[in-house]
Each structure stands twice: as C-alpha cells, then as structure tokens.
Design a protein around this ligand. Structure first.
Ligand code: SF4
Length: 64
C-alpha cells in the first residue's frame, strides 16, 4: 500500500501527530485505502471540506 499523496499537508497528519485522533484513521486511510477517503475525493474535485472532517466524512467538533 502506498501513502496518500496529500499526507504531508493533510490536517489529519497534524491531528494524529498531536495525539488528537486515533492511529486507526491514519492506518485505514492515509497509509492504506486512501482512495476511499472522503477528504481525498473532495480534494481531487477541488471541493471545500473543513479541517475537522475525518476520512469517513464525519465531523469531529473537538478538532481544531
Ligand atoms: S485524510 Fe484522506 S486526504 Fe488526508 S492524507 Fe489521509 S487519506 Fe489522504
């Protein structure tokens, strides 16, 4: 599996490194099935998505 091309600039990387989100998200999406990531799909379409949107498209209000 390859790493998502957006990983180095993705807010999920920073939230993960700050201990704010579970490694699960990174392993499942960023280091795994990034094609299924909602953030990835929106990024490809050039569509807005908030920084606190998780890879499954849900919003985590605790993230900032
Ligand atoms: S959250 Fe999605 S867009 Fe961001 S690095 Fe992970 S797979 Fe890529």
């Amino acid at each position: 599996m390859s790493v998502c091309k957006w990983y180095s600039v993705c807010p999920m990387k920073f939230f993960y490194e700050q201990g704010k989100i579970e490694k699960f998200w990174i392993e499942k999406y960023c280091w795994g099935d990034w094609k299924k990531c909602v953030r990835y799909k929106l990024e490809e379409k050039g569509e807005y998505h908030p920084d606190n949107m998780l890879p499954d498209g849900s919003i985590d209000e605790n993230l900032s």
